[in-house]
Write a protein that binds this ligand. Structure first.
Ligand code: FER
Length: 285
C-alpha cells in the first residue's frame, strides 16, 4: 500500500509538471530580474566582413553559463525591430537575464544566441527615416548577409552545429517578418522559426509558404505570436489562418498587450524553452 501511494504521488507530480509546461503562457514574476547567485552567460561583440554589404558589420553573441569551447552548440539568431540594431534586444529586452534564469532552472537546452543587425546597408544605424524605402529594403537584403556572411562567420569562430535541426531564427516585428520570410523560405537552413508581432514585411501566406507539404515534414517548431492590442495583429492572424487551413503544425500564441518589449520578453521566455528539444505539436492549433 505504501509503495502504491508513493507511485501515485510520483505519477501526479510528473503529470502536473509536464502539463504545467505546456499550459504556461506567462513568465512568472522575476523571470527578467538579475540573480547574483547563479551562473551567468557572456555577451561578446563580434565584427564580420560582409561581402553582401561591403562593410564590416557588428553582431552580439550570447554564450550560455558554463560555455565550453570544446562542446558543440546549436544557434538561435534573434532579430530586432525597425527602430533597432544589434543592441536593441540587449538594451531593451535583456535576453541574457531571461536566459541565465532559465538555465539556472534547467529549463533550456544549451545554445548560442546571435543578435545581428538586420538592416543590411552601409550605414546600418537606426537614424533618419527608419521607415524609408532604402531602410526597409535593407531588412530584406539581410537574408543574403545572414546566409552567406554572418552564419559562415559564426560557424567558423564558434563550435556550433551546422545542420538545419540545430539552427533557429526568431525576431520581433520587422525581425519577426524577416524570421518568417527567411526561415520558411530556407527550410534547408532552419528547422525552428518564430515570429513575434511580425510586421507587414512578412510575405503574404501563399508566398511565405507555397509548399505546405514540405513545411509539414521539415519544421520542428513554427511559432507565431502577437499582442492582442497590437495594430499589427492582422499580419499574424492571417498567417495563422493559412497555416491552420493547410494543416501546418504551429503554435499561435496571443499575448496580452501591445507592440512592446513586455510582450517580446515573454515570447522569448516561452519560445526559447521549446528550442532544440523534442517538441510535441498537435497537428492543428
Ligand atoms: C509598418 C508598420 C510597422 C512597417 C513596419 C513596421 C515596413 C515595423 C515595426 C517594428 O519593427 O516595430 O507598416 O512597414
Amino acid at each position: 500500500m505504501k509503495y502504491l501511494l508513493i507511485f501515485f504521488f510520483a505519477f501526479m507530480f510528473s503529470y502536473s509538471r509536464s502539463n504545467a509546461q505546456l499550459l504556461e503562457k506567462q513568465a512568472p514574476a522575476g523571470f527578467d530580474i538579475i540573480l547574483e547567485n547563479i551562473p551567468h552567460g557572456a555577451i561578446d561583440t563580434v565584427s564580420y566582413s560582409s561581402v553582401t554589404v561591403g562593410t564590416n558589420r557588428k553582431a552580439l553573441v550570447y554564450t550560455p553559463p558554463g560555455y565550453k569551447k570544446n562542446k558543440k552548440y546549436p544557434v538561435l539568431y534573434l532579430l530586432h525591430g525597425i527602430g533597432g540594431d544589434e543592441k536593441e534586444w540587449f538594451n531593451n529586452g535583456q535576453p541574457q537575464i531571461i536566459l541565465d534564469n532559465l538555465y539556472a532552472q534547467k529549463k533550456l537546452s544549451s545554445m548560442i544566441v546571435v543578435l545581428p543587425n538586420g538592416r543590411a546597408m552601409k550605414d546600418d544605424r537606426a537614424v533618419g527615416n527608419i521607415y524609408g524605402p532604402d531602410k526597409v529594403q535593407a531588412f530584406a537584403n539581410f537574408e543574403r548577409d545572414l546566409l552567406t556572411d554572418l552564419i559562415p562567420f559564426i560557424e567558423k569562430h564558434y563550435n556550433v552545429y551546422t545542420d538545419r535541426e540545430n539552427r533557429a531564427i526568431a525576431g520581433l516585428s520587422m525581425g519577426g517578418g524577416q524570421s518568417l520570410n527567411f526561415g520558411l523560405g530556407n527550410l534547408d537552413k532552419f528547422a525552428w522559426v518564430g515570429g513575434f508581432s511580425s510586421a507587414p514585411n512578412t510575405r503574404k501566406p501563399e508566398d511565405l509558404l507555397p509548399n505546405t507539404e514540405e513545411a509539414r515534414g521539415k519544421l520542428k517548431l513554427l511559432w507565431i505570436s502577437c499582442g492582442d492590442s497590437d495594430n499589427l495583429m492582422q499580419v499574424s492572424s492571417r498567417t495563422h489562418n493559412y497555416l491552420q487551413q493547410n494543416k501546418v503544425p504551429h503554435i499561435f500564441h496571443v499575448e496580452t498587450g501591445g507592440h512592446d518589449f513586455k510582450v517580446w520578453k515573454n515570447d522569448l521566455y516561452l519560445f526559447s524553452q521549446l528550442l532544440f528539444k523534442p517538441v510535441v505539436l498537435s497537428p492543428i492549433q
